[in-house]
Structure formats: C-alpha cells, structure tokens
Design a protein around this ligand. Structure first.
Ligand SMILES: [Zn+2]
Length: 206
C-alpha cells in the first residue's frame, strides 16, 4: 500500500516549488495525534527537501491527505465505541426518539456514515449521559435545572468521598426549595455509622 502510494508520487514527478528542480530528497516520518474522546492515531508526515536550493516542505500536500484518512478511521472507531457505551444505559431506538433523529440513524453512523455534528452529539451524550433525560423532557428548562442540580450533588458527593469517608449528598424533592442532606458513612471506625446532617436549605426560585 505504502509502496503503491510512493510509486504514484514518483509517476507525478514532484518538483521544487521554489526552483523547479526535480532533484529532491523525500523523507517520511510517522506522526501521531489524539482524537477528542477517541483513540490515538498514526499518519505519515512527508517532507521533501530540494537538493538544489534546500527548500523544504510537503510539496504534494500528502501529509494532509494521510492525516485526514487516519483521522477518519479513528473517528469511525470512536463513533462505534460511543454508540456501544450509549447502549449501556438506553436503547438506540430511545436515543433516536428523544433527540428526534430519523430511525436507524445510529446504525448509519456505526457503518461510517456520520458528520461532524453526529460526533458533537455523541461526545456530548458520552460526557453528560443525563442530557438524554433532559431531551426526553423536551429540553424543559425547569427539568434541565433539576437534573443539573441532582448531577452536581452526585459529583460533589463523589469528589468529597475521595478525601475519606463515603459522602452522599441527598436532595429532597421539594418543589419550592432545594434541600440537601449530607450523609457521611464513617468507615474508619469499628462501627459503621451514618451521620445525617441537614446542611443547606437553599432557595432557588419558586
Ligand atoms: Zn529547489
């Protein structure tokens, strides 16, 4: 494959853009890049050097083509992985329904027929899986805010738990106020004990 590509390049007769000489040295280096929420991928960087005037560069824009090809393959694998992980918490039929996508959209994406917008949606859903719940409620702003507060409490509890005892922040379902309890599970002492302290009674609108 590589040799074939090289043969094609030679057939084209590459010349120096500065002096027009065809006496060139061709160097190929393997480079790698990391796809956002995807795998690391490799591509060939091609650099020519003119033996006459010493001009250097990718005279045939081969590097860009190699990069695009390798990136596309990495994107295909990332799309498949993100769709597979999505299946862990909802059916693909449900995913398509809540985001009002045509049926079998995810099947199309999995087979390689996807756009930059598809990737943007998949990355968003992968990072914030609860966004599907918000979509299910037609992006209702009140519901969205409740979900954000719930998820923030969960994330804060997890972050605090890393410091020591297991901490859960429990929100009470009160339509007029957000009431949070902090539950600290003491695991360091001989008896496991739950301390339930009412810590915060924050009013966020009515
Ligand atoms: Zn030259």
């Amino acid at each position: 494959m590589k040799d074939k590509k090289r043969d094609n390049m030679i057939e084209k007769i590459v010349s120096c853009p500065a002096c027009g000489s065809t006496d060139l040295k061709r160097e190929v280096k393997t480079q790698s890049a990391l796809l956002t929420l995807g795998p690391r991928f490799q591509f060939d960087e091609v650099i020519y050097e003119c033996n006459m005037c010493k001009e250097k560069g990718d005279f045939t824009a081969e590097t860009d083509a190699n990069f695009t090809l390798a990136e596309k393959s990495a994107q295909e694998s990332a799309v498949r992985n993100m769709i597979d992980s999505l299946k862990g918490h909802m059916t693909l039929v449900n995913f398509e329904r809540v985001f009002e996508l045509p049926i079998r959209t995810s099947t199309r994406w999995k087979s390689g027929d996807f756009s930059a917008a598809s990737m943007a949606l998949l990355r968003t859903v992968t990072t914030y899986p609860w966004i599907t719940e918000v979509a299910e409620h037609k992006f209702d702003p009140m519901f969205a805010r409740q979900v954000i507060i719930r998820e923030a409490a969960k994330a804060l509890g997890e972050a605090l738990s890393k410091q020591g005892p297991n901490i859960d922040i429990v929100l009470e379902n009160d339509p007029n106020a957000y009431i949070a309890h902090i539950q600290i599970a003491k695991t360091s002492s001989s008896t496991d004990q739950l301390i339930n302290s009412r810590s915060n009674n924050e009013l966020v609108g009515t």
